[in-house]
Design a protein around this ligand. Sequence first.
Ligand code: UD1
Length: 447
Amino acid sequence: MTFDRLETTLRLRGGHRLHGAVRVHGSKNATLPIMAASLLCDGEVVIKRAPRVTDVSVMEALLESLGARVREHGTNELRISAANLGQTRAPYTLVRKLNASFDLTGALLGRLGRAEVPLPGGCVIGTRATDLHEMGFRALGADVRGARGYLIVEAPDGLRGADVSFRFPSVGATRNVMLAAVYADGTTTLRNVAMEPEVVDLANFLNAAGARISGHGTDTIVIEGVQRLHGVEYEVIGDRIAAGTLLLAGAITRGAVRVDGTDPRHHGALLAALSECGVACSHGVDWIAADAAGARSGTDILTAPFPGFPTDLQPTMTAFLATCPGTSVIEETIFNARFAYVNELVRMGADVRVQMDSNAAVVKGPAELEGAPVEAADIRGGAALVVAGLAARSETEIAGLEFIDRGYERLEEMLTELGAQIQRSSGIVALAEAASAYETSTMPTVG
Ligand code: UD1
């Protein structure tokens, strides 16, 4: 018996130097919390440059399930009205697809005084703890408890300003507690907060809607409570992780790539690491560029909260380092299981050894990568496989495209603009025959 299923894959033929310029889409990790924040506004919110990625679609469905109205306008504009918000319980079926949906807790608590949101638990890259979120909500006077996999947070008499110190600068907890504190009575001071550009973008959005937040971008954020937030039109920042992925895609082919629509101040750690490898980096007000013709060595990487090296670029950077001469050590300090993609890289010929006890990977290069059928298991690990495929001698076919589509707006189109031979291909796969079908297939030339 055979079981048929429709599968969409990315097929690419490596070995071509990428060159040219491409504009990156808006930031997923800025758009999602800003969508959650729109629940605090009593007028229409217009979000410009929202990326068309499936995580954003899931958040749209979540907001609608809570009573908000969401309309898409053109390709990258969202219009959200939360005037009729009534529901305080976020449905598990949607939340389980999206860790960022936990940001709804702070927004619902601030707006309606109650939130019931499924606990995120874990995901393929590691544990998703919520103790810092809970500590912050409690400090603001909320009652916090767990029941049947949900976190229930209540403050029927409103929240009051407080002084909150985080033991770790969690991006999610900083956002969530900031959202809740916007309507708190009095002043809230958040210490040891995340300084990520996406946190700053959220604060800028809230201020544009009438909030009184200062200190964002430093380690201490101060929030003066206000009575209401109004509607606002806001354009999100460029996606720094997608921009970095495109730059690394160019670098792994030893090409020269410029990415437009991104703030170079968001890329300090990446540009420093690439320079250490001999990649010539340059930038202007809203672009970054990398010419990898002179790449000569690997380098060591330590992921860390911003302005450190971003954990979300760790897999793609590892793929690039696999092609560089010498030994590179990549230490992951943010998530505790973020090396699952390495098995697939090794199948493509990379020499990478993961040291589980130290949450690090040792890469020995330069490897001559070879194309292979591989499978993405998460967004950024999937991007790393695409980037590796660009340097591989033969054809690579990447399954698990649904993960890549969560965070990149048509990655293959951006890469095609830079000269990559890559295309999306869909077909009915008879599972019993899938292996032999792959062996006999050839990829049509593109670009
Ligand atoms: C966000 C980003 C994600 C990025 C990460 C770090 C979104 C949608 N996701 O995730 O892409 O990789 O920042 O830059 O914006 N932790 C605790 N207790 C808490 C909260 C977090 O121990 O209460 C731990 C987590 O388990 C994790 C680490 O802190 O190991 C980082 O989490 P956090 O900074 O909160 O990242 P996210 O907001 O989940």
